[in-house]
Design a protein around this ligand. Structure first.
Ligand code: EPZ
Length: 417
């Protein structure tokens, strides 16, 4: 298994470029199942998770090509209904095929997604919503089996804000007879971009950027071309690299308006920021101020940046408190950061981070996507050499992260294990 060997330095500067958003592309790839014909997606990076989704869509009968940053998905001959265990177990987002298969083929069999390093990851909200639309759902031999001759519009209230359940239900409801209203729907930019795609395909969805979405059922959707939004979590990850550096770093090809809560937190920590239409320049402070952070549904602070911001807090001049209300178990990075001589205490889903002057390089292990990115950031500023093992976790959601970070002065070498 590959690992990163990182030589610590505080001198990072220059411009680093953001790719298309993994969490926007995954649902959009599944949504292409709804439109017989060839859809074209642009600004699509080379990520393990996107390869897994491509494999799954091919198993269902789609034809996919990914050249450079352009992906084509031809869903004309989609006719199979089963998302197998070996693919779903590799990537939970495979659950996104459930809604489209039910809507288009009136039946789906999707392996019940397991948990992962950040939590049990239930899908009860997905299933409850599909049943409200009239689907008949049974769980048998580890598979979700959903059937519906004709889905019917309904009012659906989500007792928890869920990106996945909102998007899956949206995709199931596009052909439902009548009107569907989703109440307490998630508002993440990735939900928004999925709605943009579906409406471009001919769906009738309104209420974007609110927590109440209305879907008027239609009979057909048609293939389209669309450029994917930039990855706000990749951008936020790179901003932390700049915040830890003694020189300014510019993060390019991003949308500052998708990162409002994260930018507020950087300013609270003493960073100076300059933003434009598609860039953010960050200058780290000489003395990082401690800050408190609680993750919340969008537009609140994103749980996907919690681990990365913990690295910044670990160098603050004082004590910071970090609470994850979305994934209470998302703290696998704490023990690894403490191996680098951070001083972090954990009680349930609240981390108390006492700032230290320096990290001391060591061997650490990646456990999940965002925790791994945090370990890379930590290694970049640690004294001496840090080795991060199991970096396939990183390649799931970052396209050549070492090349991008080395372009602003990091010293990261990929070693084949
Ligand atoms: C999406 O996961 C993202 N994944 C996650 O990013 C992200 O952390 C998460 O949204 C929150 O923003 C993708 O987009 C592929 P949720 P998702 O449903 O949809 C609970 C990354 O690092 N819940 O919004 O699975 C759930 O346990 C990944 O890129 C239920 O209880 O998240 C959590 O506490 C990690 N029942 C909360 O809701 C359900 O049926 C929010 O989860 C569904 C969710």
């Amino acid at each position: 298994m590959d690992s990163f060997k990182i030589e610590g330095t505080r001198k990072l500067s220059g411009t680093i470029y953001v790719s298309g958003a993994k969490n926007a592309i995954l649902p959009v790839m599944a949504a292409c199942l709804l439109a017989p014909g060839k859809s074209i997606l642009r600004n699509v990076p080379n990520l393990i998770d996107l390869k897994t989704m491509s494999h799954l869509l091919r198993v269902l009968g789609a034809r996919i090509e990914h050249n450079g940053s352009t992906m084509s998905i031809d869903a004309k001959d989609v006719c199979f209904i089963e998302a197998p265990y070996e693919l779903v177990s590799k990537m939970r987002a495979s659950i996104y095929v459930l809604g489209p298969l039910l809507a288009r083929l009136k039946e789906a069999r999707v392996s019940f997604p397991g948990g992962c390093a950040i939590g049990t990851r239930p899908v009860d909200l997905h299933l409850k919503a599909l049943e409200a639309l009239g689907a008949e759902i049974t769980i048998e031999h580890g598979y979700i089996h959903a059937k519906a001759q004709q889905l019917k519009g309904a009012d659906i209230y989500f007792e928890k804000s869920s990106v996945g359940a909102t998007i899956n239900t949206l995709m199931a409801a596009v052909f439902a007879k009548g009107t569907t209203r989703l109440l307490n729907a998630a508002m993440e930019p990735e939900v928004d971009s999925t709605i943009d795609l579906l409406n471009k395909m001919g769906a009738k969805i309104s209420g974007q950027a609110t927590t109440t979405l209305t879907i008027e059922g239609v009979d057909d959707l048609f293939p389209v071309e669309m450029t994917m939004i930039p990855d706000r979590i990749e951008a936020g990850t790179f901003l932390i690299a700049g915040a830890l550096s003694t020189d300014p770093v510019t993060v390019k090809n991003c949308l500052p308006e998708h990162l409002t809560s994260a930018l507020d937190k950087l300013r609270e920590a003493g960073c100076e920021l300059e933003t434009g239409e598609d860039f953010i320049t960050v200058a780290g402070p000489k003395i990082i101020k401690p800050f408190n952070l609680r993750t919340l549904p969008y537009p609140g602070f994103p749980t996907d940046l919690q681990a990365q911001f913990m690295v910044l807090a670990a160098f603050a001049d004082g004590v910071s408190f970090i609470e994850d209300t979305i994934f209470p178990d998302r703290f696998m990075h704490v023990a690894e950061l403490n191996r680098l001589q951070a001083d972090i205490r954990l009680e349930r889903n609240l981390a108390t981070v006492k700032g230290v002057k320096a990290f001391s390089g060591a061997e650490v292990m990646a456990t999940d996507l965002r925790a791994s990115a945090a370990l890379v950031l930590a290694g970049m500023v640690a004294d001496g050499i840090t080795t991060v093992s199991r970096i396939y976790h990183i390649d799931r959601g970052y396209d050549r992260i070492e090349e991008k970070l080395n372009s602003i002065g990091a010293k990261i070498t990929r070693e084949n294990g």
